[in-house]
Design a protein. Structure first.
Length: 263
């Protein structure tokens, strides 16, 4: 059964149709790619799935612990709370906070203490805050950032900032993780490390992943299925091998040789 089902998803801005009748299904445990030329509407789809934009029409159904919910139109915090998290193409960290505080903030959506306990620093508040700090450090160690827990996020190298953003998304305990161009701006060595990291966290955290990426070698290497957008419309869906040999996809990429993308 799909963890995410998208039917006839459409978004227009005035007279501009950014996304038109997009249909997608992501099954639990899959690692699926969403690709397309610049301006195809990929990030708009992510923004619709995560509540940043409200669809003009269409439905988005998410399976939250066996309960299907239509989530189109919900606010981002509500969507995050039921198990759908994302990263951004342009890194959005709290850059003047420490590495560990960036992760702790994300974990706070699942705290159980109330406002009064927080205000009065009651024992329940202190216990849970200590537990959040412990869990945040464990997550940073998993992503090899534990030794930099007290550094300001803005002082991390670019690749580690990307890893921190993934750590922050994982801190919300998602079932479905959306990665928006995680390899953007990375050199080949960093991209190779990221490819291994994505595959590893998928297994370690029992995640379903939907990935936007322009690096075709990464996409073809780790994705099981791929959707292709062009001018806001899905023009193809299939395995990496099928997508590499799809004439319409090749035309959308201006004749780029996708057969060598996975080499």
């Amino acid at each position: 059964m799909p963890i995410l089902s998208v039917k006839k998803l459409t978004k227009s801005f005035g007279g501009l149709m950014a996304v038109s009748n997009v249909n997608m299904e992501i099954n639990k445990g899959e690692l699926v790619g969403l690709i397309g030329p610049n301006g195809a509407g990929k990030t708009t789809v992510f923004n619709l799935l995560t509540g940043i934009y409200e669809p003009s029409s269409g439905t988005v159904t998410f399976d939250s612990n066996g309960v299907k919910k239509d989530i189109q139109g919900l606010k981002p915090h509500a969507i995050s709370k039921i198990g759908l998290a994302r990263t951004f193409q342009n890194i959005r960290l709290f850059k003047d906070l420490t590495v560990i505080d960036n992760v702790r903030i994300a974990m706070h959506q699942n705290v159980k203490y109330g406002l009064i306990s927080s205000f009065l620093h009651l024992p329940s508040y202190s216990r849970e805050e200590a537990l959040l700090t412990e869990k945040s450090l464990e997550l940073l160690k998993i992503l090899k950032l534990g030794h930099k827990k007290d550094e300001l996020a803005k002082n991390l190298p670019y690749g580690e900032q990307r890893h921190l953003e993934i750590a922050r998304a994982l801190a919300t305990k998602p079932a479905l993780l959306l990665l928006d161009e995680p390899a953007a701006g990375m050199n080949p060595a960093e991209t190779s490390q990221l490819t291994e990291l994505i595959s590893w966290i998928r297994k370690e955290f029992d995640l379903t992943i939907l990935l936007i990426e322009h690096d075709m070698s990464l996409v073809m290497k780790i994705c099981e299925r791929i959707y292709v957008l062009d001018y806001g419309t899905v023009i193809a869906e299939g395995t990496p091998e099928e997508i590499k040999n799809n004439k319409r996809v090749i035309e959308a990429y201006l004749g780029e040789d996708l057969n060598n993308a996975g080499d």
